[in-house]
Design a protein around this ligand. Structure first.
Ligand SMILES: Cc1cc2nc3c(=O)[nH]c(=O)nc-3n(C[C@H](O)[C@H](O)[C@H](O)COP(=O)(O)OP(=O)(O)OC[C@H]3O[C@@H](n4cnc5c(N)ncnc54)[C@H](O)[C@@H]3O)c2cc1C
Length: 398
């Protein structure tokens, strides 16, 4: 197998964005993906404004917008009281070319990138190719892989481990994944039931707090996705059963007929950040470097921001003769953001949405109402929640 300049482990959104940026700059890229094809699961479904700005440079945003839903408003709700605060993303006009959240399935991004990569002769793609371990010296990095069941080795100048939460690259490097796992799991149900016909003023993005069972209602083009936490003691079978899914949806919005569901996904949720994002010629990006709960939609977005940051530094070294020391700035910038913004905000979002103390709940809701009532405060809030502030903070890190 031909040696490459840059080897990318994982063909999720982060690996593919990195591959595209590098390949468009003329760098030879090999992408190895353990699965037989790109993933079509309903995972991330929110693109934040700065992510859309970045993807627009590669001609990806217009197609995503055409395939998704433009969410001008986001809402914080109380499951019993209704809308607590509504934020108008148009307040970000001037901060971004895309002052909205785009509700669009992440597989529409990976499909689109793959189609571009397929036209480039200097990009090699291998499915059913699993990285098992990684070694390196001062000159090269070597990945031991299993491809279609047979052992292989690929050498490259650099390796980007974009191989997700269970990253073999991270484990092979012995890099700690520091943090914790929540005791409850998250259940995501998708349904073609039209909640907007029954819940007044529903937007496409709704965070609904409740001391007993909070939920998030997110619209994608053809479905509503409803996210619930599981309760202590509930088994996987119980959570996914027709009875319990129906009970949860009926409690959210009682209906004479039963709900028709399209997907049911139950998953463990973690708040973890890798101790290092760079080890010599090996880098971690996306879920391999940081994972968090989905409240705020920062996982995939933060990963795309990693990919953009890292590839611009690699291109600096490969094509503009910059010193390899710029690569350490990738870790300083993106690890700080993973800890201070992505992990901190998603953990806070979870604490607030599930708060049981009525005094604290009232305080949070009053603060949200006051913020939403004031355009300057709303803009500041939206800059934070849409990750614009995180990118500005990263730029300020030397
Ligand atoms: C149910 C669910 C809902 C989510 N909702 C949201 C949301 O609303 N908003 C948001 O921003 N994020 C959300 N996320 C998180 C988001 O999906 C991830 O942050 C995003 O997919 C990370 O992209 P990635 O490319 O880093 O990793 P992944 O998408 O996990 O891609 C990693 C790829 O690497 C491959 N791979 C794994 N091991 C190897 C190996 N050893 N060798 C080669 N290839 C390998 C995998 O097969 C996979 O294709 C959600 C996640 C889940 C599970």
């Amino acid at each position: 197998m031909k040696n490459t300049h840059i080897l990318i482990a994982g063909a999720g959104p982060v690996g593919l964005v990195a591959a595209l940026v590098l390949a468009r700059a003329g760098v030879q890229v090999t992408v190895v993906e353990a699965a037989a094809q790109l993933n079509f699961d309903l995972r991330a479904s929110t693109f934040h404004p700065p992510t859309l700005d970045m993807l627009a440079r590669y001609g990806l945003t217009d197609t995503l917008v055409a395939q998704g839903l433009v969410a001008r408003y986001t809402q914080q709700r109380d499951r019993h009281e209704g809308v607590i605060a509504e934020f108008d993303m148009q307040l970000l006009t001037g901060d971004t070319d895309h002052p909205f959240r785009l509700q669009c399935e992440q597989w529409k991004l990976t499909q689109q990138i793959k189609a571009q990569l397929d036209t480039m002769p200097h990009v090699a793609f291998h499915f059913l190719a699993r990285v098992e371990s990684v070694t390196q010296d001062g000159e090269r990095v070597r990945a031991a892989l299993t491809i279609d069941g047979a052992p292989h080795e690929i050498e490259a100048d650099y390796l980007i481990g974009a191989d997700g939460a269970w990253s073999a690259v991270r484990r092979s490097m012995g890099i700690e994944f520091e943090g914790y796992t929540y005791p409850e799991r998250f259940l995501v149900i998708s349904t073609d039931f039209e909640f907007a016909d029954h819940l007044p003023r529903l937007s496409y993005v709704n965070y609904c707090s409740d001391p007993e069972e909070w939920c998030v209602l997110l619209r994608v083009p053809t479905l509503w996705r409803v996210l619930f936490p599981t309760q202590a003691g509930e088994s996987d079978e119980e959570c996914l059963s027709d009875t319990s899914v129906e009970r949860r949806l009926q409690k959210l919005l009682p209906q004479p007929q039963s709900y028709r569901t399209v997907h049911r996904t139950l998953y463990k949720v973690h708040q973890r950040v890798a101790q290092q994002f760079r080890r010599g010629r090996v880098f971690l990006a996306g879920d391999s470097a940081h994972i968090n709960n989905p409240l705020g939609g920062m996982g995939m977005n933060g990963g795309v921001h990693d990919a953009m940051n890292l590839t611009s530094k690699l291109l600096g070294v490969l094509q503009r003769g910059e010193s390899e020391s710029v690569l350490d700035r990738y870790e300083r910038q993106r690890r700080t953001i993973a800890i201070e913004y992505i992990n901190a905000s998603t953990a806070r979002n979870k604490r607030e949405i599930e708060e049981r103390d009525p005094v604290e709940r009232r305080k949070t809701q009053d603060a949200l109402r006051a913020t939403a009532a004031d355009p300057a405060q709303s803009r500041a809030y939206l800059r934070k929640t849409s990750m614009l502030d995180a990118l500005a903070r990263a730029e300020a890190i030397a």
